[in-house]
Design a protein around this ligand. Structure first.
Ligand SMILES: O=C(O)CCC(=O)C(=O)O
Length: 279
């Protein structure tokens, strides 16, 4: 079956490299209300919470598992996003969560090297998930864009670091990087979308003075057949059909609010790692 959201070349690149960047999936006009709302309230209605990094700083994220008729509840459900998801997964996908991550002097931590699947391994049996990360402003090396080690999704699941369950085993990561996996700066302009595999090893640098990054909306989806284990406190991971929306929904401002009043989640309840519920 031919892909619907990606070209065949993009799908091949995703399979080979573990990621692909789709250019201009969103227009600047479509993103303008989100940019304006973030400028007014960079804390996302007070929902941001810090995640500690290995350098003793924190990076902030707001997380959501709710798909209401707010801008951020609608963005992951647009047909063009869902088509990409289902091209990659090869089956129906459903919304898993959204993480909004900004970098500035208040939230300037490094996101340590990790595979996203290390946070979901205890909840689902296979890494049949995918993330589509929408750039709201320009992301470059200068403002701590996501950096991915090409082809690392083929290495399987890595252990956690012994000292810090929020990162992948440091010794193993150093070994992997010494074997020539190219580290790619996922440079994006507003509206570009990074589509990446849950086993792709990635990180982002700490904030550099004067180089704010407003936000990246990381939208993740699980394959319907990858049925989550029933775990108390992880009910938000169970399958609920994701109702698709037509592609004009944001452009025609058919949503109610951007994010004011949206039900964000305590990010310490999002994932289950080593028996503890934590980010
Ligand atoms: O937005 C970033 O800088 C990276 C975030 C990330 O890797 C994550 O949330 O898993």
């Amino acid at each position: 079956m031919s892909p619907k959201g990606l070209t065949q070349e993009q799908l091949d690149a995703y399979n080979e490299d573990g990621f692909v960047i789709v250019r201009e999936l969103f227009s600047r006009d479509e993103l303008a209300p989100l940019r304006a709302a973030i400028d007014d309230d960079p804390t996302f209605d007070g929902s941001e919470q810090g995640i500690p990094d290995s350098l003793g700083r924190k990076w902030n994220t707001s997380v959501s598992t709710v798909t209401d008729n707010s801008y951020i509840g609608c963005l992951p459900r647009l047909n063009r996003m869902m088509d990409i998801v289902e091209d990659v997964l090869g089956e129906e996908g459903y919304f898993w969560h959204m993480k909004l991550v900004r970098k500035d002097k208040d939230a300037g931590g490094k996101v340590d090297w990790h595979q996203d699947y290390q946070f979901w391994y205890e909840t689902v049996l296979t890494p049949d998930l995918v993330s589509c990360s929408v750039a709201v402003d320009h992301n470059s090396r200068a403002n701590s864009c996501v950096r991915i080690a090409r082809g690392t999704h083929k290495l399987g699941r890595l252990d956690f670091d012994r000292g810090n369950v929020l990162m992948a085993d440091e010794g193993r990561v150093n070994e992997i990087l010494s074997r020539g996996h190219e580290i790619i700066d996922c440079e994006m302009y507003p509206g570009d979308v990074l589509v990446f595999h849950p086993l792709a090893l990635h990180y982002s640098e700490q904030f550099t003075e004067g180089a704010e990054r407003r936000t990246v909306a990381h939208c993740t989806y699980n394959a319907r057949s990858n049925v989550p284990i029933a775990i108390s406190g992880q009910e938000h991971r169970q399958y609920v059909r994701t109702e698709r929306l037509p592609d004009n929904h944001l452009e025609d401002r058919l949503y109610d609010v951007v994010f004011a009043g949206h039900e964000f989640m305590d990010n310490k309840k999002l994932n289950l790692v080593k028996g503890d519920i934590l980010y």
